[in-house]
Design a protein around this ligand. Structure first.
Ligand code: HEC
Length: 101
């Protein structure tokens, strides 16, 4: 892939998630459980880790930031997720916690 194509692909992901057609919150939920995303969040925030998404000074303020943060955290885990998988996860987090329109 050329650098330009990569750039276009990256933009497409940011724009597409989490409202991408076909992004499936149920699939995202399963992917997050499988990857144990919340293990780290629990360490920091206790409980089930969900406070990380609900705290007053949370980082994510819009769908694009959500997509970016899912990517950043995902890259620490080496899950082998495809961009579509990140979109599923973002859709799940949006449905459950962020509720962006
Ligand atoms: C290595 C530890 C670690 C793992 C594993 C991890 N995260 Fe995170 N995540 C963090 C930390 C730390 C923050 C908070 C960053 C901050 O507040 O500066 C965070 C924040 C987030 C946020 C933003 C919360 C907010 O403030 O709105 C999202 C969304 C998120 N993670 C998703 C995921 C997903 C999805 C996965 C699984 C692919 C995952 N994380 C795995 C450490 C981790």
């Amino acid at each position: 892939m050329t650098a330009m194509n990569r750039l276009i692909a990256a933009y497409a992901i940011v724009l597409a998630a989490p409202c991408a057609q076909g992004a499936d919150p149920r699939l995202g939920e399963a992917l997050m459980q499988e990857a144990q995303c919340d293990s780290c969040h629990v360490e920091r925030f206790g409980g089930d880790g969900s406070q990380i998404y609900l705290r007053a000074d949370r980082r994510v303020g819009n769908p694009a930031q959500l997509a970016t943060q899912v990517s950043v955290c995902n890259s620490q885990l080496n899950t082998g997720w495809f961009p579509e998988d990140e979109a599923h996860v973002a859709a799940f987090l949006n449905e459950r916690y962020y509720k962006f329109k």
